[in-house]
Design a protein around this ligand. Sequence first.
Ligand SMILES: Cc1ncc(COP(=O)(O)O)c(C=O)c1O
Length: 345
Amino acid sequence: MILPFGAKERAEYYRLLDGMFDSNFWSDGPLTRRFEEDFSRFTTHSHACAFSSGGLALLGMLEYLDVRGAEVIVPTNTFMATPLAVQRAGGRVVFADCGRADLCLTLAEVKRLTNEKTKAVMVVHIGGHIAFEIEGIAAFCREKGIALIEDCAHAHGATFKGKTAGSWGIGGAYSFYATKTMPTGEGGMVVTNDRGFDEWLKMWRNYGKKVEKVNGENVITYPLTSGFHARMPETTAALGIVQLKRMPEMLEWKRKLAEKYDRIFERHVHFPAGMESGYYKYIVFDYALKEKTGPVFGELCNWFLKDGKTYAESEWVAKHHACPPMYFGWEHSDKSVDALRKILL
Ligand SMILES: Cc1ncc(COP(=O)(O)O)c(C=O)c1O
C-alpha cells in the first residue's frame, strides 16, 4: 500500500513548511492552532487539543478524570492502546465483551460491570462507525455519575443522527497514525465542548505549563503537577491541515466503494437508521477473501490481565470477521461490482 499524497498536496505542505520556517515556531505554534480549529470544525466541537499520538490523547483524558485506583470499563476487542492508557493512568482495567452486530460496547455489558468503584467508561467506536448503543450508554453514565470518554481512533467522518464521534462523552480522542483514515504518520486530537477540559489538556500536554500575557509580557506558571510531553510538532500539524481538506474526497471514495461491497456481501455490519460510517474498515462475516487488509482486531486485549475469563462475542467476531480493502487509493476501487466480486471471492 502506498499512501496517496500527490503533487498538489505536496506543494501545499511545502508552502506550509516555508511559513513554519519564517514564523520560527517549530512546535506549539500557529499551524497547531490552525489544525486544532479546522479539526474542531470538522467534528463540530467547540474545542480541539492536538497531541503527538492517539495513545497520549487517551492518556490525557484519563489523567484529567483522575482514575487512580478506580475501575474503568473498556472493551476487550480493541487495540492495546485503550487498556494500556487506563493502566498507565493508574486505573483498574475492567474488560467488557462486545455486541456481535457492531463489535462495540453494549449497554447490557456496561450495566453488568458497573459498581461503586466504576469511575469511567471508554467506548471504542471500532471499525469506523459509531457504537450502536452509544445513546443508551451515555444516558446510563449520566444517571450514575460515571464519566464517559470515547476512543475515536477509527471513527474519522462517522456520524450518528448528525453527531460525530466524541460527542456523547466529555470528549473523544482521534489518532492520525499512518494506517488511520486520516493519516499524518503520528498524531492525535481530543475534541470536546468543555472549555475547562480543553484548557487543562493544553497544559497537561506541555508539562503542566501555562503561559499568560500579563502587561504584554509572557508569564509562565505550572498549575498541573501531572503533565508531561505530548505536544504535536508543527510539521505534523501542517500535514494534518492538508489531509483534513481531503477528508470529504476520501470519505466519498470510501462510501462509493462500500456501496459496491454492499452488493457483494450480504453478511456485513448493517448500520441503524441515521448512522454513516467513516469506513476505516468494511467488515464482513464468514467469507474467505482472496484479497483483504488486516482485521479490525485480532487477539483480545484481556490476555495481558490473564483474567481467565471468556468473552464469547468478541471471540466469535475475532474468528469470523474479515475486511476487504478499504484504504484510500486501493487500485481496484473503480472496477465494477462483478469485477470486484471476482477479485475478492
Ligand atoms: C482503537 C485504537 N485506539 C488507540 C490507538 C492509538 O493511536 P496511536 O497509534 O496514534 O497512539 C489506536 C491505533 O493506533 C487504535 O486502533
